[in-house]
Design a protein around this ligand. Structure first.
Ligand SMILES: [Zn+2]
Length: 200
């Protein structure tokens, strides 16, 4: 599936979060331990199985809160006592590092991106030179267009993009490069966007 799983943390406090623990939980835990970090948070960009499959195993190892957009909660099958439903623009601190959650529906109703300083973890909303599918259950092309044009395109050009899958020749990009080269950020109108995503 070529998923990217991200670790982010506060190097002073040695506290860290996992974003989308879909796979390889023992490897994630080992990496945290080797780097001297304590797991304190989990963030989910959305509830698809390839992004959440390792969640139960991870929570067995560390009883930590799981931040998920409130519109995505119903798609998850984890212990609800760990779930922390959040809304658009909410900020959660990992150690002293502020992490902003941006609601970007379209791929799923409760998809969210994770913004840490100038880095955007975009889940399956925006890929390098592509965007997430909106033809799966819960997908909505109009919402995806709004999320891409109304929110992600408006981030600072220097923002570094870390997508949810390794679908491109390089693992990261920037909003500036994507605005230049990603066809799904170039559509000016919803009609043009729908014409293309509608036939995929
Ligand atoms: Zn997905």
């Amino acid at each position: 599936m070529q998923n990217f799983i991200y670790l982010l943390g506060d190097p002073a406090r040695r506290e860290a979060a996992v974003v989308d623990p879909g796979w390889e939980v023992p490897h994630l835990l080992k990496t945290l331990q080797e780097d001297g970090y304590r797991l304190t948070h989990v963030f989910l960009t959305h509830g698809h199985f390839d992004h959440v499959m390792g969640l139960a195993q991870l929570l067995n190892a560390a009883d930590v809160p799981v931040y998920v957009h409130r519109d995505e909660v119903s798609s998850l099958s984890v212990d609800p006592s760990n779930l922390k439903p959040v809304g658009d623009g909410e900020v959660v601190h990992v150690g002293d590092v502020p992490v902003m959650l941006i609601h970007t529906p379209g791929h799923t109703p409760g998809s969210q991106c994770v913004l840490v300083e100038d880095r955007l973890l975009s889940g399956d909303t925006l890929f390098i030179r592509a965007c997430g599918r909106c033809d799966l259950p819960g997908g909505d092309p109009k919402q995806l267009f709004e999320s891409l044009s109304g929110k992600l395109k408006k981030l600072d050009d220097q923002t570094v993009l870390y997508p949810g899958h390794n679908y491109a020749e390089v693992p990261t990009s920037t909003i500036a490069d994507e605005k230049r080269q990603n066809p799904f950020l170039k559509f000016q109108t919803l009609e043009e966007f729908l014409r293309v995503v509608g036939v995929r």
